[in-house]
Design a protein around this ligand. Structure first.
Ligand SMILES: [Ca+2]
Ligand SMILES: [Ca+2]
Length: 473
């Protein structure tokens, strides 16, 4: 039996079994916890609590992390919005679904066509499930996932104010790869409207337990946020990322192709925009941090403060010149490392940090366990609940990230192993080389390390799903 047949069988089995189970579970006997599910787009580890950048100001994220467990070694399943979010929301890896890139329509995957997403599974257990802002990638909202959506079932993002003269950075044909202040109050920003919507939901009287998903768009490009956030980061005082100009010399060709140093990086350097770009990203992070703070204060003041699980995640990391690369779309630490924190009343203790390598595909089984929903055998992650109880509990697996068919990275506690589709490799020792400058893959000393990682590479890598005609990458 191949994996797909297995999935079909288990899905059919679950459908048959879940009807009586659901009726039983949805009864009033047990009070289930609520879930506040918060997402931040394109946020790498540049937060105070993760220490990814010395200048960044994220008091609200730091405070939230301090209330529960901060995962310091969390990674995305895919370093791009759509495949990362499709995987997170369905619990299925890109290599199983064939959803590898942003234009891949995830409901067209034979494996995901009828998959119950996280909110659908919650609704099947008597929860209300509502969403606002960016949870799925913009092109592929999933109306069946929600009872209602803000701003609408097919639009996941309120419009943002734009500066009058674009681009601000002077890079020709730069599209949304642009940054600069907008002269508007915070309340005009789309993310602030999403935060206000979340506050409204938390202020309502809920007869059923709720699943509220609230997705923020910044620090996704373009980095247009109100002036006061730019003023917090004077460009002359900013710390630039520590970049080795020769870093790509020991990287295989397929890795160099992902980095594309002649693209964004060459333009940023030519137009003397590196400092301003870092300023724009930092300003956007601090702006979104205030939105997170508003939602958390609303939860704290609500009737649900003591019985609500909070999970906050970002969909992948971001390069700002490291490996002469910008944006996500790579398998290195900057692009795979993301933000994940969780507070579960009665389960987590404040101020805990967990360095086990975990991935976003682990969130679905975690929420199932924490809320007592029916387990789903086809999910490919592993519940983080044991780590929420004890962040030092044992953990058997590295974190898998996939970028395009059969290009994989595996992150352990100490090493990162990358294998591209042509068999070429990278290996980095984070104990000595946190910036991943020295590729050790060809050193025979590490043959056993590589072999151990290779056991965790997906055995099956399905073809990319077919895209609608005329849609570009
Ligand atoms: Ca993203
Ligand atoms: Ca290097």
């Amino acid at each position: 039996m191949n994996r797909r047949d297995f999935l079909k069988l288990t899905a059919a089995g679950a459908a048959v079994l879940s009807v009586p189970n659901m009726a039983l579970l949805a009864g009033p006997a047990k009070k289930r916890p609520n879930v506040l599910f918060m997402a931040i787009d394109d946020l790498n580890d540049w937060t105070g609590c993760l220490g990814g950048h010395p200048d960044v100001k994220t008091p609200n994220l730091d405070e939230l992390a301090g209330r529960g467990v901060l995962f310091t070694n969390a990674h995305c399943s895919a370093p791009a919005c759509n495949p990362s979010r499709a995987s997170l929301m369905t619990g299925i890896l890109p290599s199983t679904s064939g959803i590898y890139h942003n234009p891949d329509p995830w409901r067209k995957s034979p494996v995901l066509k009828d998959a119950a997403t996280i909110p659908q599974h919650f609704m099947a257990h008597g929860y209300s499930a509502v969403g606002g802002g960016k949870i799925y990638h913009g092109a592929f909202p999933d109306p069946p996932s929600w009872q209602s959506y803000f701003p609408s079932a097919t639009k996941n993002k309120p419009d943002d104010p734009m500066p009058p003269n674009r681009p601000i950075n002077g890079i020709p044909r730069t599209a949304h790869f642009d940054w600069g202040p907008v002269d508007v109050p915070d309340r005009d920003m789309g993310d602030r409207k999403v935060a206000a919507w979340a506050t409204e939901q938390l202020n309502k009287k809920h007869d059923k337990p709720f699943f509220i998903a609230c997705g923020f768009f910044r620090p996704h490009l373009p980095w247009y946020v109100p002036t006061k956030y730019f003023d917090m980061y004077p460009p002359d005082e900013i710390t630039l990322p520590n970049v080795n100009e020769n870093d790509l010399d020991d990287v295989p060709e397929l890795g160099k192709k992902m980095a594309r140093p002649q693209g964004d990086h060459a333009k940023v350097v030519k137009h003397k925009q590196w400092r301003k770009a870092v300023q724009g990203y930092l300003a956007s992070i601090t702006f979104v941090d205030t939105c997170v703070g508003r939602v958390m204060r609303s939860l704290d003041k609500s009737a649900y403060a003591d019985n609500t699980i909070v999970v906050l995640w970002s969909d992948h990391g971001w390069h700002l010149g490291e490996k002469l690369h910008w944006r996500k779309f790579s398998l290195w630490e900057e692009a795979t490392h993301n933000v994940l924190m969780a507070i579960a009343p009665g389960v987590t203790k404040p101020g805990q940090r967990c360095s086990r390598p975990v991935t976003m595909v682990d969130i679905y089984p975690t929420l199932i366990e924490l809320c007592g929903l029916t387990p789903k055998a086809e999910l490919e992650g592993k519940s983080l609940a044991p780590l929420l109880r004890n962040p030092r509990a044992s953990w058997d697996r590295p974190a898998l990230t996939t970028h395009g068919r059969n290009n994989h990275s595996l992150r352990g506690e100490r090493f990162r192993y990358i294998r591209y589709s042509d068999g070429t490799e990278e290996l980095y020792d984070h104990e000595k080389d946190a910036l991943e400058w020295t590729n050790l893959a060809d050193d025979p000393k590490y043959a056993a390390v590589k072999k151990e990682f290779a056991k965790w590479l997906p055995k099956n890598n399905v073809p990319q799903v077919e895209r609608p005609k005329g849609r570009k990458r």
